[in-house]
Design a protein. Sequence first.
Length: 154
Amino acid sequence: MPEEKKRIVVLGVGNLLLGDEGIGIHAINELMKESFGDNVRIVDAGTAGIDLLFWLEDTDYAIIVDCVDADAEPGTIFRLPAEELILDAPGKIASLHEINLPEVLSTAKKLGRLPPTVIYGVQGEKIDFCDRLSPQVKKALPRLLELIRQEIDR
């Protein structure tokens, strides 16, 4: 009997109209051009907030892509297990838009709906009304996509 593949969801969060804050959506738009197995969902979650809980249900593994503020060089890519982001909620790394990602993840955990989850965060530089990524963050996009593909393949 064939082994059932893990159901994986890749959620890009952010706002395309706020420069680097849209890195999650830019990454998702690139991934949507590729072919993944039927077990992988690539989702533009935009600024879904608490509605992210819907996408975390009925999945075995979640990958969330977002812009972060970690006082690092613009374009720096972070890989954080969800548990670490929940614990560090009052700490240095923070989501940069309306979505309070640590609170959503904490709520999902309390409801028993948090699958194993990893967050890929990219340090932004320019968060302002603009539909383009800053040069440093745009330069990080190919590496970010490579890391996400590797995460899916694990």
